[in-house]
Design a protein around this ligand. Structure first.
Ligand SMILES: [Zn+2]
Ligand SMILES: [Zn+2]
Length: 752
């Protein structure tokens, strides 16, 4: 008989980075270590979580594997680094105080939807937080929107004015409790409260009554105010449109549960997963034909944006079966309103009543908008629930700030391998939005302790974001718009080799000073070749052209040599003298600029097909055109693809002539829409093959706002794959200008 020697003790120091603070990470580590009878300690610092564990080597290996594999639901582990240190013989395990060092970039968690455990308590009449609209724990609740600075501790959040009562404090200090170090922990005795204006004893019940009776209520949420009304009531939705001055642009709705959502939208398994995900974005879903939703919610649109409740307040407001419009509480194009006084002032012309609360919103953050494309997430607006979690970069970058574009503005603050994309800021066309942009940049630089050494900006001299960059003393690197789009989709996929990029959008400033938008590039991060583009047509009135698809149609008809005859809808839209004026303008190039915009070609085709002649928001005609596509149609129109020197030019003339012929033959708009969409897809594949045969490049990137059109994106991705191409579509940032800053950052970092 012999006795087994106990294996020698080993001690390791682990650093865990990612979202590991305020998500129940230390109690989780405490539990792992004590279960395995390991000695040591765990604590927070500005870089994340530090751990020392002591035990035998096999147990420590298992421990390190479990740290990543079993992490709590709200945690996102980016890296675990480990080094050996001398053993001390300590056998107990403890949680030690936070270290506040000067440097470091602990990640800040996005806001998290209410967890199931908290929801159970919320609806339990015996629970002390029954019906308490601010219930939360380490697995859920507000994060980014209440965080003023890091490390993430209660005094650095807008929960500062609410000292915890003894019962909340006991939970907060107990490592075994779900609320251990939950910074926003609160209860009815010590936490924030709701109030209604006009005052009522039951503010939540009062809000429900008002909405049910057709009123519009401004509801303070997580990242700002919503304007809420009954989405089943035509009159209420109409009133909201009238007061907001928002003619047709779709409203998103909130419903209590999936069952209610299914009553008016088609929802597959991937979409259901996204609707109920912890990010809880607005999900764009196909509308059911038999819906009794008010028509005015998303007129002319085949899709409807739906979200499920993400705060306990929403859960208390919406009962199963309720469908509420929940649109950002703001004036026209200004940023979302966050403060109580601001709301009472600015929203007074929009709302009949208010549901307020006294927890301040430090960071304005709009709802995210996401759809499913081929089984995976396809972001349209990356904001609440996603920001400020970083996008991983394909290579190390020196600290840089990329200021993005103009519409759907976001910026990217990057250093090392982290690209911190901001929340959605809005359309940078007014000073209020520019101020919001400046404040957000300041907040990000403080939060992540990144001092940019370079600023990247769009080439457009008129963009407010470019002017903002130029006012700074740092070196500014200008990046061409469509190159940035392609670089952003490359960066997401970690691709550094040159790709064939289809950069299709409404407008972007070209290196020749004209308006680009139908661009085919061979690009890497360093440079791009404009190997092809749509044939230019004269664009009248610059950005105002967005509102006038009929004008774009006339310009395209003219360029294609198709007479403006009276049977064509865009021609009929204008009087004889207006037509004369437009013709002169085009011929003499007065107040026009050449454009290769693909977005405007979609508008023109939609107008020509009779879909609509004026638009009240960008791409409205194109969106309605897509909604009409007859999915059973198999034919296509054809672009003329010509070589002009070493450049490929896409002539839409044959497509437009075919549309006119089909119109005269009485072919339905749905069939025409289908043939047009297929023409774009077919052209993409043909052009990609032509470029592959010259360059050998077999990777294709699809980016730019036109690819929000999933009919085109889906069909192009499939057809390209069938031809042996590897296809890059956006999965982390939007294809529209909301994703531009990521591309600017990697291009400028490469050029430096
Ligand atoms: Zn919870
Ligand atoms: Zn309390």
């Amino acid at each position: 008989m012999h006795q087994t020697m106990s294996p020698p003790l080993v001690r390791r120091r682990l650093r865990v980075s990612g979202i590991v603070q305020g998500v129940g990470f230390r109690p989780f580590i405490y539990g792992l270590a004590t279960d395995a009878h390991l000695g040591g300690f765990v604590g927070n610092d500005t870089d994340g979580v530090f751990i020392e564990v002591e035990g035998d080597a096999a147990a420590l290996d298992q421990f390190a594997a479990d740290v990543d594999a079993l992490a709590p639901p709200a945690a996102r582990v980016q890296r675990v680094e480990s080094e050996e240190v001398p053993a001390t013989g300590h056998t107990s395990f403890g949680i030690v105080a936070s270290h506040h060092a000067a440097a470091g970039t602990a990640l800040v968690s996005p806001d998290l939807r209410t967890c199931d455990a908290c929801l159970t308590e919320l609806h339990d009449p015996d629970d002390r937080r029954h019906a308490y609209p601010f219930i939360n724990c380490t697995n859920c609740g507000p994060r980014f929107t209440i965080t003023e600075r890091t490390p993430y501790d209660r005094p650095d959040t807008t929960m500062r004015p609410f000292p915890m009562c003894s019962r909340c404090l006991a939970e907060y200090e107990d490592p075994a409790d779900r609320r251990f170090h939950a910074q926003p922990n609160a209860c009815p005795d010590c936490g924030p409260v709701v109030e209604s204006v006009p005052a009522a004893s039951d503010p939540i019940g009062e809000t429900c009554r008002r909405v049910a009776s057709g009123e519009i209520v401004a509801v303070k949420g997580l990242g700002g105010f919503h304007l809420a009304c009954d989405a089943m009531a035509d009159a209420a939705v109409g009133l909201l449109r009238e007061r907001k001055g928002r003619v047709d642009k779709p409203f998103a709705v909130m419903v209590a549960d999936l069952t209610t959502a299914r009553s008016f939208a088609q929802i597959d398994d991937d979409e259901a997963r996204l609707l109920t995900s912890r990010e809880r974005p607005i999900v764009l879903l196909a509308k059911r034909a038999d819906t009794n939703l008010a028509d005015a919610v998303a007129p002319g649109n085949g899709h409807i944006g739906i979200m499920l409740p993400y705060t306990p307040l929403h859960d208390l407001l919406l009962a199963p079966g309720d469908v509420w419009v929940m649109t950002s509480g703001n004036l026209a194009e200004e940023p979302i309103v966050t403060g109580n006084d601001e709301a009472l002032d600015l929203l007074s012309s929009l709302a009949d009543a208010y549901l307020l609360h006294n927890r301040d919103i430090y960071v304005p953050c709009d709802d995210s908008v996401v759809r499913i494309l081929d089984g995976a997430e396809y972001p349209i607006r990356r904001s609440r629930g996603y920001a400020p979690f970083p996008v991983p970069l394909p290579f190390d970058v020196a600290p840089i700030l990329a200021t993005g574009g103009e519409l759907k503005a976001t910026f990217c603050l990057a250093a090392g391998r982290d690209g911190f994309m901001s929340q959605h800021i809005g359309d940078m066309e007014n000073l209020e939005t520019l101020d919001a942009f400046s404040r957000a940049v300041e907040h990000f630089t403080e939060l992540f302790r990144i001092e940019p050494e370079t600023i990247a900006a769009d080439l457009h001299p008129g963009y407010l974001s470019t002017k903002w960059a130029e006012r700074h003393p740092l070196p500014v690197v200008k990046v061409q718009h469509h190159h940035a789009h392609i670089a952003s989709v490359m960066a997401e996929h970690g691709i550094s080799e040159p790709v064939i990029g289809f950069s299709f959008d409404g407008t972007g400033y070209g290196t020749d000073g004209t308006v680009w938008g139908g661009e085919i590039l061979v690009a890497d991060y360093e440079r791009f070749d404009r190997v092809g583009h749509l044939a230019p047509v004269p664009l009248a009135g610059g950005n105002a052209a967005v509102r006038h698809p009929a004008r774009m149609a006339l310009a395209h008809l003219q360029a294609a040599g198709i007479p403006w005859s009276d049977d064509l809808a865009p021609v009929l839209h204008y009087t004889e003298s207006e037509r004369q004026l437009i013709a002169t303008q085009i011929e003499r190039e007065i107040h026009t600029v050449p454009t290769t915009s693909m977005g405007r070609l979609f508008d023109a085709a939609a107008a020509l097909s009779g879909v609509r002649q004026t638009a009240s928001y960008e791409a409205q005609a194109a969106i309605e055109f897509e909604a009409l596509v007859d999915r059973s149609e198999g034919c296509s129109y054809d672009f003329a693809i010509t070589d002009a020197g070493d450049r490929i030019v896409l002539e839409p003339g044959p497509v437009l002539r075919a549309i006119v012929d089909d119109l005269r033959d009485g072919i339905s708009t749905g069939v025409i829409a289908a043939r047009f969409h297929t023409a774009v897809t077919t052209m993409i594949v043909a052009v990609a093959e032509r470029i592959r045969s010259r360059t050998g490049i077999a990777t294709v990137g699809l980016s730019g706002g036109v690819f929000q059109n999933v009919t085109v994106t889906h069909a192009a991705a499939i057809a390209l794959s069938e031809k042996g191409f590897s296809v890059l579509a956006h999965r982390l940032v939007p294809p529209n200008d909301g994703g531009l800053a990521l591309g600017q950052a990697v291009i400028a970092a490469t050029r430096r």
